[in-house]
Write a protein that binds this ligand. Structure first.
Ligand code: NAP
Length: 356
């Protein structure tokens, strides 16, 4: 590609916004040209507005970009959004209406009946909903595409290989989710230390609903949701990054333990075939050690884009159980959205949308 797409980041100063900035430094197709955040940050250079909380330095290329309000026009070809859900709803619609593709992390549009909820390894054909969305909403060049909840993506990347081969009929999941999943500053240190909080508002409902849409079939311009029974319980634990999910499944067809392991370990899909820049070589990494996966050891697998699965064994109540782990701000947020954008470029949805 001769020229890079110029991208804006909405919510650029937050936990996920900073990951976008970090992951987009030296990206071969995308270059950050606009940043937006709340009125606390607007009018300041990014270096002044943002307290950089990731390892390594803030990239020089963004330091002097002046933070704007999250509303059009912005000097970019499309936007990544990591705005809080309540702000994202209207802001993202405004951008789409004004002709900007919006590639969002936020939850507000995920379950919209004409909005793709995308994991490129799992349901790349769902991008076809963009055409229905444009015609339903009268958008000409803009659209909204979303990535899933940060636990749902970990769970579904582990379920998809099994669902494709054997069918999954029931799934019971318990999550142990990192503190960074609550944004900054998140939970007070005195609540988090020496503790576990068995409640994350809205999370269980999101996992239960999004899993069915993600594993659904795209036909006749709409999603026919999967008919899996999903039960989720979510806990916040004292881990900085990396969401862990303990998963039990009932399969529709019989499968041996070896077949289950093999289906997970051999899983690759379209992003690997297309060699998309952010695609992990192995979307699912199977580990056989008795005590893996662990957040500190496994969250950075495949540059944070791999989901590590271990403890695969038969289960006395359902058929099989295992533990899956993924990086919540990379595979669960900014990295997921960037991979979505790379798929949209490959499928021609972004090349048609240049505003310049
Ligand atoms: P965060 O650290 O609290 O950051 C929020 C960002 O939004 C900041 O840039 C903030 O700007 C901006 N913002 C807040 N209120 C605003 C307003 N009224 N108008 C405009 N901008 C506003 O949150 P986060 O963890 O990055 O999460 C961002 C979104 O991503 C949320 O929708 C969240 O559900 C989703 N998400 C998060 C994760 C995760 O692991 N953290 C994973 C997946 C999805 P200022 O700095 O100027 O206040």
């Amino acid at each position: 590609m001769s020229e890079k797409f110029r991208v804006g980041i909405l919510g650029a100063t937050g936990v996920v916004g900073q990951r976008f900035v970090q992951l987009l430094e030296n990206h071969p197709q995308f270059q950050v040209s606009a940043l937006a955040a709340s009125d606390r940050s607007q009018g300041k250079g990014y270096a002044e507005a943002c307290v950089w909380r990731l390892p390594g330095e803030m990239p020089d290329s963004v330091k002097r970009i002046v933070v704007q309000p999250p509303s059009p026009p912005l000097d970019c070809d499309f936007v990544f959004s990591s705005l809080p859900g309540d702000v994202a709803k209207d802001a993202e619609e405004k951008f789409a209406r004004c002709g900007y593709p919006v590639i969002s992390n936020s939850s507000s549009h995920r379950m919209g009946s004409d909005v793709p909820l995308l994991i490129p390894e799992v349901n790349p054909e769902h991008v076809g909903m963009i055409d229905a969305q444009r015609s339903n909403r009268g958008y000409d060049r803009g659209f909204i595409v979303t990535n899933p909840n940060c636990s749902a993506i970990v769970i579904v990347l582990a379920l998809a290989p099994l669902h494709t081969r054997f069918g999954v009929s029931s799934c019971v999941v318990t999550t142990m989710q990192a503190l960074s999943g609550a944004g900054y500053p998140g939970i007070a240190s005195l609540d988090a230390t020496d503790n576990l909080i068995p409640f994350i508002g809205g999370e269980e409902e999101k996992i239960e609903a999004e899993t069915l849409k993600l594993l659904g079939r795209f036909q006749g311009g709409a999603i026919d949701e999967a008919t899996i029974k999903v039960s989720a319980q979510c806990n916040r634990v004292n881990v900085s990054d990396g969401h862990t999910a303990s998963i039990r499944v009932k399969l529709s067809q019989p499968a041996s333990l070896d077949q289950v392991r093999e289906a997970l370990a051999s899983f690759t899909s379209l992003p690997q075939e297309l060699k998309l820049h952010s695609a992990p070589l192995r979307p699912v990494i199977v580990r056989d050690e008795a005590d893996r996966p662990q957040p500190r050891l496994d969250r950075d697998a495949e540059n944070g884009m791999g989901v590590t699965v271990g403890r695969i064994t038969s289960d006395n109540v359902l058929d099989y159980r295992f533990v899956a782990l993924g990086h919540n701000t990379i595979r669960g947020a900014a990295g997921a959205a960037i991979l979505n954008a790379e798929l949209l470029v490959a499928r021609g949805y972004l090349s048609q949308n240049r505003l310049r």
